[in-house]
Design a protein around this ligand. Sequence first.
Ligand SMILES: *Cc1c(COP(=O)(O)O)cnc(C)c1O
Length: 357
Amino acid sequence: MTTYFPGPSKVYDRLGEYLQDALAAGVPSISHRGAAFVDISRRAIRATKQKLGVPDDYTMLFVSSATESWEIIAQSLLRARSLHVYGGSFGERWFQYTRALHEGALPYVLEPDEEVPVTRLPVDTATELIGITQNETSNGTQVRPAVIRALRDAYPHALLAVDATSAMAGVATDYTTADVWYASVQKCFGLPAGLAVMFCSPRAVARAHEINERDRYNSLTAMLAQIDKWQTTYTPNVLGIYLLMRVMEDAPDIRTTDERLKRRAADLYARVAQRDDLAPLIANAAVRSDTVVTVRADPQVVAHFKGEALAAGLLLGNGYGPLKDSTFRIANFPAHTDTEMAAVGLFLTEAPTLTKV
Ligand SMILES: *Cc1c(COP(=O)(O)O)cnc(C)c1O
């Protein structure tokens, strides 16, 4: 059985070997204040920044989830006014968590096929931070790197924060174009859940010090002070950090992965387009995701497809939230082999049409 759920998703085939090595080395029991941990933390950060092309002067932090990053940004990088541009459930939740702390958080809701209207957003001099979701896992849309760059150029005074959860480690990204990037590792990193990474630009670090919020265990100022020593404010997911280190040390350069995923996504979308009973949820190819292929159909057809796929050993991802019955999703993540993606592609072409009774 191969899972194509877009998170938690398939883990790397070599994970068993990494886990064996971790157990043999006693990693689950080491102190998070000792030299062995510092070595793992430093290597994990070095490999992640190197393979993903993260600038040297960006600070990488370990957090527990993307959800925690929503909270950290709201509490530690914002005084009053933010704008959240989103078209799906994850972006909406980020906005809602921020709204719970700051009444000045504003939403800008995109239509499913709409590109971010970069120069027409309701941003003014009071807007301290703009939040966008690079790849909206719930509906299979993406904000392309060029659009993120355009946002930076249009609103240089605001911090730009990006939820990159189902893009980071799968999509080649110019990290200089935004101030905060974060992703949990159960998507494109091909790792078990319970860990996330966050990159902060020098500007974001400066803002954290300026605001100097110090009330919480995960206040950014406290986390920054600890990561200077390659450590964290609380006992972190040491095993997760070890696995991240191994996966990133073995990973190819992100540009290689990016090209591979784009090629496979194009193949899947082409196969969907050939059928009368399926359609891509997102018609506009400019905003369509390469990592989470979302397919729309009549709810009966969706159920039929998922059943047929299961019988063939392929676990398709359910639709998310309001799209639960009318879509299915196919994760196209780096941990999926080309053979596995070819198998789901062949299924899309060959699965029999549901004959109405
Ligand atoms: C999965 C996901 C999240 C939530 O991740 P957690 O690790 O559960 O906090 C947030 N944003 C996006 C875009 C996601 O895909």
